[in-house]
Design a protein around this ligand. Structure first.
Ligand code: ADP
Length: 542
């Protein structure tokens, strides 16, 4: 027997319509590439998104066509989030920090017909325009006055000019909820990037889960600052969640340094922010140096890489900002887990509390997780057994875009490539990415554990632990350390931190100091680069 309820497709356009009707005057504030602060509200967003939808239609953008962006977090990007997906086309967001050749490869692979870009990326556009064969038009995300006077082989128009030429009378089409909405490529540290094609349904379900109290805990009372970029995994879904709950949105544009972020947080009354650990380092350094605190910000979501416990402690103990440690992946839209409290999970000391929060957390409804050993058999959820993490759920990718299915799923589960433990309370902890694992004398050593210990030293700005080849033990762990400006620390002092805390054989063999730990396009440490540099320790020292 069928239930007798309405069939309403879960559509991205309905998020915007909801925000316009119920939170019409809630603000969206953006620092623009032009240098000033722009503000309007959900009503303004709705109007301009519909005008842009008319402009896309006039250009002949049809159902399923790809429209690409190379842009920071800002209101014009937000307009495209809704105009493109809402009208049935696919928004292909591209990470502008990638190499020009990779950007070009993705444009060709996705077959995007129009490319929108922030003025910052004009040089990149000039570099790739002639070779971007599928692109029919370029749109600079600015007003007519700021349109660059350059000649490209294809038409170049301004975003505001396009909008001004069309009215806001547009009906969002009643799409099938499984229609593709956005496309994001994984950063592809090995091989070509892989595209993940999200649907309207997966996006709306992901937003419902992400907004929950035990996840990102979002409400109409919040002012949300997504530092996490809209060009990578849809800024963790926050542009959708904000419409869903009616939160104020604050976009930082290209200014991601500590001082700019802090000023925006204070002047706009931000209550919740989200970003990768490397971004928060700058912010923390800024507030510690200036002695300023946070008047309104009470929560920050940190994910994308393991959050070092000293960072959690700094936010919570010194600034009264609760850290929500989260784990996810491009293939998971991205939310997989959030480390939120649970009754019955007792912590006896501040150190235990930090150890709990260093875990990546629990799965919300909609994400199922399991860990398996090398033989594929399920491992117990005892907090000790570490194995490959597999997930499934309605916002987990089932295959990659335009790629012959290389058996991406295993018995209906997506193998994440992360190595993790899960404890009896359901808290998952990543010990490593499988390709970064350190295998020494037949045992696995968790690089994240070793990094967290070194990161606790006050002179350490960033710690990365990598495997180097060893004739007897196969591999041995070594530490690569970036010191804080002006700070000094000897290798022996760092290595002394490990004694008595971990098994002797897992203590790193050596410490190398670098000016800057290399970080990739999505804010993660480039361990492959470090391995290449330090795999011959003798050579590296000299
Ligand atoms: P990529 O394009 O590099 O795959 P993703 O943004 O999809 O970029 O990265 C997902 C990966 O990032 C995860 O598989 C995991 O290894 C790592 N990651 C994400 N969040 C965390 C976290 N909180 N702790 C540890 N690792 C994390």
């Amino acid at each position: 027997m069928h239930g007798q309820m309405m069939q309403m497709p879960l559509l991205i356009s309905s998020l915007l319509t909801h925000a316009e009707r119920n939170h019409g005057d809630r603000e969206i504030v953006s620092r623009r590439v032009e240098g000033d602060l722009h503000r309007y509200d959900y009503r303004g967003l709705g109007r301009r998104a519909r005008q842009m939808a008319n402009a896309l239609k006039a250009h002949g953008i049809r159902h399923g066509d790809r429209v690409a962006t190379l842009a920071w977090n800002g209101y014009r990007h937000m307009e495209l989030y809704y105009a493109v997906s809402g009208s049935g086309a696919v928004l292909h967001t591209i990470n502008p920090r990638l190499h020009a050749e990779q950007v070009l490869w993705m444009l060709e692979h996705s077959g995007a017909r129009v490319l929108f870009f922030d003025l910052t990326f004009m040089p990149l556009i000039e570099q790739i325009a002639a070779r971007a064969t599928r692109i029919e038009a370029f749109v600079a995300m600015c007003d007519r006055a700021n349109l660059p006077r350059v000649s490209l082989s294809k038409p170049l128009v301004s975003h505001d000019g396009l909008i001004a030429a069309h009215d806001d009378d547009f009906e969002w089409p009643p799409l099938d909820e499984n229609t593709a909405a956005t496309l994001c490529y994984t950063s592809g540290t090995t091989g070509n990037p892989k595209g993940v094609l999200y649907s309207h349904r997966s996006t709306v379900l992901h937003s419902l889960a992400a907004a929950q109290r035990d996840a990102f805990n979002c409400s109409a009372m919040d002012a949300i600052l997504p530092v996490v970029p809209m060009f990578h995994v849809n800024a963790w879904g926050l542009p959708y969640v904000a419409c869903m709950v009616g939160a104020k949105l604050v976009f930082p544009g290209p200014w991601l340094d500590g001082a700019s972020l802090h000023e925006l947080i204070e002047t706009e009354g931000v209550t919740l922010s989200a970003g990768v650990p490397t971004v928060w380092q700058g912010l923390l350094a800024q507030v510690e140096a200036s002695g300023a605190g946070f008047k309104t910000m009470r929560r920050t979501i940190i994910g994308g890489a393991a959050c070092p416990p000293p960072m959690i402690a700094a936010f919570q103990d010194r600034h009264d900002v609760t850290v929500l440690h989260a784990w996810g992946m491009t293939e998971l839209s991205p939310l997989g887990t959030v480390c939120s409290p649970k009754p019955g999970v007792t912590v006896d000391s501040a150190e235990d509390q930090l150890a709990l929060q260093a875990k990546q957390g629990r799965a919300p409804f909609g994400v199922e997780m399991k860990i398996v050993g090398a033989d594929g058999a399920d491992l117990p959820h005892d907090g000790r057994s570490a194995g490959e993490l597999l997930v499934r759920g309605p916002w987990v990718a089932a295959s990659y875009f335009r790629r012959a299915d290389e058996g991406m799923l295993r018995d209906g589960w997506f193998p994440t490539g992360d190595i993790a433990t899960i404890d009896a309370d359901g808290y998952m902890q990543i010990t490593d990415r499988s390709k970064d694992l350190i295998k020494s004398g037949g045992e696995w050593i968790s690089s994240i554990d070793l990094e967290n210990i070194a990161a606790a030293h006050p002179a350490v700005a960033m710690a990365a632990c990598i495997a180097v080849p060893h004739p007897k033990w196969d591999e041995r762990p070594v530490l690569v350390i970036q010191r804080k400006p002006e700070a000094q620390v000897a290798p022996e002092e760092l290595l002394a931190l490990y004694h008595g805390r971990i098994a002797r054989w897992s203590i790193p063999d050596q410490v190398f100091f670098v000016d800057a730990v290399p970080v990739g396009a999505t804010g993660k440490v480039l361990k492959a680069e470090l391995r290449a540099r330090f795999s011959d320790p003798v050579a590296a020292v000299n």
